[in-house]
Design a binder for this molecule. Sequence first.
Ligand SMILES: Cc1cc2nc3c(=O)[nH]c(=O)nc-3n(C[C@H](O)[C@H](O)[C@H](O)COP(=O)(O)O)c2cc1C
Length: 160
Amino acid sequence: MKTLVVFYSLDGNTELMAGILANKLQADLVKLELEKPYAVEGFKKYFSLGMRALFNSKPKLANENIDISRSDNIVIGTPVWAGSQSAPINSFVKQYEFSGKKVALFVCSGGPDVDKCFTKMKKALGENKFIGEIDFVEPIKTGKDEAILKAEQWAQSLKF
Ligand SMILES: Cc1cc2nc3c(=O)[nH]c(=O)nc-3n(C[C@H](O)[C@H](O)[C@H](O)COP(=O)(O)O)c2cc1C
């Protein structure tokens, strides 16, 4: 059974957790990159990128033809933006076909209120077999060790 972890990360939190999960799951790891990386800083980025997430923007990915066909299991990770998945995840979900695969989701957020984001992601992914979801609150700031333990336990519990 092959597993692929695909993620987007703006500030490194989701990237940190994706690496830990991929390692624990012995999975391949793909970071989504944008053809035109976001160039917004400070407070502006919350408004600008939050709006893109809210309005379901799908920026062009720099990754060409990610081969998901050989993976039975896909783990998708994203930061929460304005209560939604980040815009690059919209692009990925739109571009690829996940039917017949087991899908698990993880998010990094600034707070604990992430249910809306999981609901939106599941809706965007359509009829898939979701086998798990987990969230991490800014692990770089709040404590890597705790987040790493939580991630490893979750990875072990996934029924792929
Ligand atoms: C544009 C933007 C919007 C955000 N909106 C939310 C939000 O609605 N809820 C929340 O809990 N955190 C929100 N955050 C915080 C991020 O989800 C959080 O910092 C996350 O850990 C960032 O992951 P990253 O380092 O992988 O980019 C937002 C951050 C950005 C940049």
